[in-house]
Design a protein around this ligand. Structure first.
Ligand code: NAD
Length: 317
C-alpha cells in the first residue's frame, strides 16, 4: 500500500515509517527539516529508513502546494498520514501566526489534495492539549473542549474540525488521533523527559514549573505507533480517538524516576506555573480499545529506563 507520511523525519514520523516499511508498505515521506530543533537530529532519525527501497523521501514543505500537487499527480497514494506540524505549547504563544499557517493551512492543503486525488483515508496527529483545563478525568473524546489555553491547542482543534468537514462533504475517511505526551528514543529535545534527562545528566538545573503536582499521561512511542498503524488500516468515517497510556505521573514523580535511572540528583530551578500549561492530562482510551484494538501496556518506570538507556547510548555513539 502506498502511504504518504508528512513530518516523517520527526520523532513519531521516523518510528512510524520504519514500522510501515518493515511490514511491506511503500512510503512517500515528506519533511521540510526545519530548525525548530537541530535538523541534524532529523537526518539521523530518518537515515536508516532512507536506506530502504520502499521509502521515497522528499525534503519539502506542506505549504508548497505546487510540490504537493506534483507528488500526488505522479504517484497513486492510498492513505495520507499527516504528522507534520509546529508542535509545542509554549512556543505557540510566541509565534501564533506561524502555528496557524503551518498547522491549519498545511492541513487544509493536504485535505484539498485528498479531495482532488480521491484519497481514501486521512489520519491526523491531533493532541491532548485540545482538552485545555477540562475538569472531568480521564478525558473522553466527547468532552466539551471549547476553551483551549494555547494557540497550538486551537490549531489542532481546527484541524480536527476540517477533518470532519472533508468527511462530510467528500466522504474521505478521516481519523484524528489525540496523542498524549509521547516519549521514547528520538523524543523531541524540547520535551520535558528529554530535556530533564540531558540537564540532570550534565548537572545543570532543570526548570521546574509549579509545585510538581501537575500530572501527565505519558505514552510510550511503541503504543502510539500501534494505535497509529491501526488507524491507517481502517476506514472509520470520521472519528476522533485518544491515544494515551491511561495512567498519570506527577512532575515530581517523573523527575524522581529520571534521577533513579541516571543515578544523579536533579537541581531544581523553581518557576511559576506557565501560561498555556494544563494541570493534568489523562486519557480515557476505551474508544481506542473498541475501534483500534488499542491496548497500551507500558509502565512509566520501564519506559523511562529505556529512554535513559537510549540517551546514554547516544552520548557514547
Ligand atoms: P517533530 O517535530 O519531531 O516532528 C514533526 C516533523 O514535521 C518535523 O520533522 C518537522 O521538520 C516536520 N515539519 C514541520 N513543519 C513542516 C512543514 N511545514 N512541512 C513539512 N514538514 C514539516 O514532532 P513529533 O513529536 O514527532 O510530533 C508529530 C506530530 O504529533 C505533530 O503533529 C505533533 O503536533 C503531534 N503530537 C505530538 C505529541 C508528542 O508528545 N510528541 C503529542 C501530541 C501531538
Amino acid at each position: 500500500m502506498n502511504i504518504f507520511v508528512t513530518g516523517a523525519a520527526g520523532f513519531i514520523g521516523s518510528h512510524l515509517v520504519e514500522n510501515l516499511i518493515a511490514r511491506g508498505d511503500n512510503i512517500i515521506a515528506l519533511d521540510n527539516m526545519n530548525n525548530y530543533y537541530d535538523p541534524a537530529i532529523k537526518r539521523k532519525n530518518i537515515a536508516s529508513a532512507r536506506r530502504s527501497s520502499r521509502l521515497s523521501f522528499i525534503e519539502g514543505d506542506i505549504l508548497d502546494v505546487n510540490l504537493l500537487e506534483k507528488i500526488f499527480s505522479s504517484t497513486p497514494i492510498y492513505v495520507i498520514v499527516h504528522l507534520a506540524a509546529r508542535a509545542g505549547v509554549r512556543p505557540s504563544i510566541k509565534e501564533p501566526l506561524l502555528y496557524q499557517k503551518v498547522n491549519c493551512i498545511g492541513t487544509l492543503n493536504l485535505l484539498e489534495l485528498a479531495r482532488k486525488h480521491h484519497i481514501k483515508r486521512f489520519v491526523l496527529a491531533s493532541s491532548s492539549s485540545v482538552y485545555g483545563n477540562v475538569k472531568e478525568v480521564p478525558f473522553k473524546e466527547t468532552a466539551n473542549i471549547d476553551r483551549p489555553v494555547s494557540p497550538y491547542a486551537s490549531t489542532k482543534r481546527t484541524c480536527e474540525l476540517y477533518c470532519n468537514i472533508y468527511h462530510k462533504l467528500y466522504g474521505i475517511s478521516t481519523t484524528a488521533l489525540r496523542f498524549f505526551t509521547v516519549y521514547g528514543p528520538r523524543q523531541r529535545p524540547d520535551m520535558a523527559i528529554h530535556k530533564f534527562t540531558s540537564l540532570i545528566d550534565q548537572g545543570i538545573p532543570i526548570p521546574f514549573y509549579g509545585d510538581g503536582s501537575s500530572r501527565r499521561d505519558y505514552t510510550y512511542y511503541t503504543d502510539i505507533i500501534k494505535g497509529l498503524t491501526a488507524a491507517i488500516d481502517r476506514d472509520l468515517g470520521f472519528e476522533i480517538i485518544n491515544l494515551g497510556e491511561s495512567q498519570t505521573t506527577s512532575l515530581k514523580q517523573l523527575v524522581g524516576i529520571i534521577e533513579e535511572n541516571l543515578n544523579k540528583k536533579a537541581i531544581l530551578q523553581k518557576l511559576p506555573f506557565q501560561p498555556g500549561d494544563v494541570e493534568i492530562t489523562y486519557a480515557d482510551v476505551s474508544k481506542a480499545q473498541r475501534l483500534l484494538d488499542y491496548n497500551p501496556s507500558t509502565d512509566i518506570k520501564w519506559g523511562i529506563k529505556k529512554f535513559v538507556e537510549w540517551h546514554l547510548s547516544m552520548k557514547s555513539s
